[in-house]
Design a protein around this ligand. Structure first.
Ligand code: CMX
Length: 435
């Protein structure tokens, strides 16, 4: 058994009694009240999910396994000669809750390396798709095409015990995650570089190998590591994480769950916002003839967008009530590596003008920027100018967190998810105090 799987098994045996005790002895303890506003309003803030992989405080932002983003970047072992930790180290942390040693990171690298070859039939499927397919559609389809290789499905048919489900989900997750850099880079090269595919290098880590297969020099390797880490998880209620969790709760395997997760991520109110930000900014740049607008000019563009009934992409959040620390981490990267980039200047100008306008409008509960406001700028600067591709990068990262959550959900025996619905008439009766 691999070092990571062995460690995970030890942790699962420690954690299971906690969940069992809560269920058995405190199952009837009330956690929350639910209002009609929450039921109609997308279930905002209803405390009804559990995860230990990450926690999102509205004011502090995300903590992965208890660590803030600066702590994660500082404490995890770095790739030799690089500024960023490896994705392998971060995944070990997500899955086990522990900071790995260098040897443990190497073991994850070996495990990914042994599983990373994407089957040829996946490429045949992707090549057969219409040329104008969105990269997110290609990404989800590529993953779906591998579903036939699910270990869980085979084990389930053989009659695997419920307590062992997690092991099959672990194997499927490792098999899938290991292939995502190659799959993502293949889609990019197929769609935007005439199918001129670049081979990976088994010596490189997850992020470094992705940069190589994309065909982009340093510091893009560190950018890839940072991206995949920042986008990995945002507790369980966001559309992509929740979709993955929900689908897997039916014991659909990891291929089904992660492709479903991606289709949720592909909406403009969620992961696609990073594409929308760049599209919107280029509209602004075009109408300015490329020059940096004054604050007043930028305010006018923002007002025009709002007046036309659109949202300002990259601003606002369903949970956060301050600037997203994922935005801040990327802003710091921009200040260090690309302070003079014109699009970065646009983004920085937006940071100055948008919150004030959204506050004055009084609708958005959070006027501050989220992760998607910055992520496209860095990609554009380093040559990934095809903004439709940006959500694929988000998806590779998000799969790390959602796979971790799903493995743990099976390990702790979480059941099929099935909330209850009411009719509008029933809500009216509740409102009238009749029920
Ligand atoms: N621009 C304009 N209006 C906004 C806004 C924005 N950036 N953010 C929120 N609002 C509006 C909402 O559309 C809503 O208006 P209506 O009542 O007319 O529908 C109102 O303010 C209240 O919304 P809210 O409770 O503050 O926000 P929600 O929880 O409903 O939605 C989010 C959150 C992210 C979808 C929303 O802020 C938004 O549309 N932002 C722009 C898209 C975006 O950046 N998405 C990426 C989020 C991060 C991610 O998941 O990747």
């Amino acid at each position: 058994m691999s070092i990571l799987k062995q460690k995970l098994r030890e942790k699962i045996l420690i954690e299971r009694p906690r969940t069992e005790k809560l269920l058995k002895e405190y199952g009837n303890v009330k956690v929350d009240d639910v209002t009609i506003g929450q039921i109609i309003g997308g279930m905002r803030d209803i405390k009804s999910l559990v995860t230990d992989i990450s926690y999102l405080d509205p004011f502090e932002g995300i903590r992965f396994r208890g660590f803030t983003i600066p702590e994660v970047l500082e404490k995890l072992p770095k790739v030799a000669g690089k500024d960023m930790p490896s994705v392998e180290a971060f995944f070990y942390l997500l899955l086990t809750g522990d900071i790995p040693t260098a040897a443990e990171v190497d073991a994850v690298h070996v495990e990914f390396n042994n599983r990373k070859e994407v089957p040829k039939y996946v490429y045949d499927v992707l090549r057969a798709m219409p040329k104008d397919s969105h990269p997110m559609t290609m990404f989800a389809t590529g993953i779906m095409s591998m579903q036939k290789d699910s270990i869980f499905v085979k084990e389930y048919h053989k009659g695997i015990k419920k307590g062992d489900y997690w092991e099959a989900y672990y194997e499927d997750s490792m098999n899938l995650l290991a292939k995502l850099p190659e799959l993502g880079a293949f889609i990019y090269r197929l769609k935007y570089r005439n199918g001129d595919v670049i081979a990976g290098d088994p010596k490189l880590d997850f992020g470094g190998n992705f940069a190589k297969m994309m065909g982009i020099d340093k510091p893009y390797d560190d950018i890839a590591r940072l991206y995949f880490i920042l986008h990995s998880d945002h507790e369980s209620g966001n559309v992509s994480a929740h979709t993955g969790h929900l689908v897997a709760s039916a014991l659909s395997d990891i291929y089904y769950a992660i492709s479903a997760m991606l289709t949720g991520l592909a909406g403009p109110l969620h992961g696609l916002a990073n594409e929308e930000v760049l599209r919107w900014l280029h509209g602004v740049m075009d109408s300015m003839g490329g020059k940096i607008p004054t604050e007043d000019e930028m305010k006018k563009f923002v007002m025009d967008t709002l007046d036309s009934g659109k949202v300002i992409p990259g601003f606002g959040h369903a949970v956060l009530r301050k600037t997203d620390p994922r935005y801040t981490a990327q802003r710091e990267f921009c200040l260090k590596y690309l302070p003079e980039d014109p699009i970065f200047k646009y983004v920085d100008l937006l940071y100055k003008v948008v919150p004030e306008i959204l506050l004055a409008k009084g609708k958005a509960k959070n006027p501050w920027p989220n992760v998607d406001a910055q992520s496209g700028v860095i990609q554009w600067h380093y040559g990934v100018k095809e903004y439709e591709f940006y959500t694929v990068l988000f998806g590779i990262g998000r799969a790390l967190g959602v796979c971790s959550n799903i493995i743990w959900a099976r390990a702790l025996g979480y059941p099929l998810e099935r909330p209850k619905s009411l009719t509008t008439a029933m809500l009216e009766e509740v409102a009238a105090g009749k029920k």
